[in-house]
Design a protein around this ligand. Structure first.
Ligand SMILES: [Zn+2]
Length: 545
């Protein structure tokens, strides 16, 4: 790990958008403030006005609005001119030059034009000839294979793909090797050991830092590269060098937030945090497994790979559940957790799982005490794929046992509302109900905050690929700094963006420390005596500096 990188953000976008929550940032000023806070030196900026309204009016408005900011560069929405509502290449050329446009966005689905039509070929040939970086969201294609056809048909068109996720790896990793004109944004591609994989594949020239702020937070994405275990040259390229090269310009002048706290400074320097971290949401694969669950590849997702990463970043503990819980083999997965805990460094404990639809109530009454005979298990992990709501009576035998032993439960809601959390928190007051993924979106966060206010035994855990901008602050402000917990969902997601999401929030450092570790201690406290000494996380003072 080495010193600071210069970040040049390959995608931000402001303006009104569908179904925006009142608390979710959306203005150009929100982008500027986030850049300042997270020490981001420059950014490509798009505007929703050019997507949802007249494209050229929106493009010109965007250029006018960002003109006062020399570190912002426009991305214009473009489409074929043949319907008569967009300028032809001849008409637009002088405008592109005047407004220094070096990148465009395309929206074949949203703007309803056919990228495969004969007249569209002319459009793509023009983009390729002009070396305009062409940015497109995955959702603009019906299938991922459509993207490959576009890349194959126009091999000199340089495409930057946004919003590809960890569940697209089996499409995209081979495609990256075949299509040298494909560039990948890291906004949602938060795959376990991602930066290290790209370097191994030799494609670090085509990976770009792109935050999609203010929908997402900028700090989450930068942390992925700040903490990458990759040569400095490769990290510099992915952080901003590749984008500058693609746009044919120099990197922007480095900007640094001089009032950042010690956690942000450590992250930017690629150092472990000078604060303990307890990860409240981790899964584990059996050692050597290379898959994961049905549609997700997970690299180094067994104990060796997972503990290597946790150790590098200074984690002092956390709770493990299996991945098999999500693959309809809940009971079998408990063995994966036991094996993981056998080789775990101090501080880690387990959550057991059992799907009540596979066993009779009598069987459950025998199985549940049996699995918790192993005192390293103090958590209960049901799963939404079981197909029955958590307040269904078939779960009662488990929840009663947990209530008696003062366990906690990590629950990924099966419904849009918090009805099951309300019912359970009241019926089983000795259980701490930790609701997973409360950072997914502002609606979930808002309902979570209300639920936490109703029940003192409800906690809100954050993890989600969305790394929603500003939502950690929103949760803490609403529910209190003592009720929000950091978790990563590794190894499906890499833990670094999730950690960066908290580190680069606007919380006071003391509150960040609560979210990162001390609240976990509060949730564990009632069952801590049951955990063998070795498996209790030790927060101590400062772990490393
Ligand atoms: Zn999970």
């Amino acid at each position: 790990m080495s010193s600071e990188l210069c970040f040049f953000d390959a995608f931000t976008r402001y303006g009104p958008r569908p179904k925006k929550h009142a608390a979710h940032p959306w203005r150009l000023d929100d982008i500027l403030a986030e850049m300042e806070h997270c020490s981001i030196s420059g950014a490509l900026v798009a505007s929703t006005y050019s997507i949802y309204q007249d494209a050229m009016e929106g493009n010109l408005r965007l250029s006018a609005e960002i003109a006062p900011h020399s570190h912002l560069f426009p991305v214009w929405n473009a489409m074929p001119h043949h319907a008569g509502d967009f300028p032809s290449p001849r008409e637009i050329e002088p405008l592109l030059r005047r407004h220094r446009v070096r990148a465009v966005l395309i929206h074949p689905k949203t703007n309803r034009w056919d990228w495969e039509a004969p007249h569209s070929r002319e459009f793509f040939r023009w983009l390729a000839r002009r070396h305009l970086l062409t940015i497109v969201f995955k959702e603009e294609f019906a299938q991922v294979s459509d993207l490959e056809r576009l890349l194959a048909r126009h091999p000199s068109l340089r495409v930057l793909l946004m919003s590809a996720g960890w569940d697209d790896q089996r499409f995209l990793l081979p495609m990256m090797e075949r299509r040298k004109n494909l560039h990948l944004a890291l906004d949602r591609f938060q795959i376990h050991y991602g930066p290290e994989r790209f370097v191994k594949m030799g494609c670090e020239d085509r990976i770009l830092y792109a935050s999609n702020a203010p929908l997402m937070g900028m700090g989450a994405h930068r942390a992925f590269l700040d903490w990458a275990e990759a040569p400095a040259a490769a990290r510099r390229k992915m952080a901003g060098g590749n984008l500058a090269r693609l746009l044919g310009m120099e990197l922007p002048v480095p900007r640094e937030n001089r009032s950042e706290d010690r956690l942000m400074a450590a992250a930017r320097a690629g150092r472990p945090l000078p604060a303990p971290i307890v990860d409240f949401h981790m899964h584990i694969l059996p050692e050597g497994a290379r898959g994961g669950i049905e549609h997700v590849r997970m690299e180094n997702g067994g104990p060796e790979g997972v503990f290597h990463q946790l150790h590098r970043l200074g984690c002092v503990g956390g709770g493990f559940m299996s991945w098999r819980v999500a693959a309809y083999d809940s009971w079998g997965g408990n063995e994966d957790v036991r094996r993981c805990l056998d080789v775990a460094p101090p501080g880690y404990w387990g959550l057991a799982s059992v799907d009540p639809l596979y066993y009779s109530q009598d069987q459950l009454a025998r199985m549940i005490p049996e699995v918790y005979q192993d005192r390293r298990f103090v958590g209960m992990k049901p799963y939404l794929r079981f197909g029955v709501e958590y307040h269904h009576p078939s779960y009662d035998v488990w929840w009663k046992f947990g209530n008696r032993h003062r366990f906690y439960a990590l629950i990924h809601r099966t419904r849009g509302d918090y009805a099951e959390v309300d019912a359970l928190a009241k019926k089983y007051p000795r259980v701490r109900w930790v609701v997973a993924h409360c950072g997914a979106d502002y609606r979930s966060a808002e309902l979570g905050v209300e639920c936490a206010r109703r029940h003192p035994n409800v906690y809100l855990e954050i993890t989600y690929t969305a790394v929603t901008c500003g939502i950690i602050d929103y949760l803490v402000k609403g529910a209190g700094a003592d009720r929000v917990l950091y978790g990563s969902d590794l190894p499906m997601r890499d833990l670094r963006p999730q950690l960066g999401w908290v580190v680069f929030s606007r919380l006071a450092e003391a509150d960040k420390r609560k979210v990162l570790a001390s609240n976990a201690q509060r949730v564990l406290a009632p069952c801590l005596a049951r955990l063998p000494e070795r498996h209790r996380p030790k927060l101590g003072g400062e772990t490393r500096s």
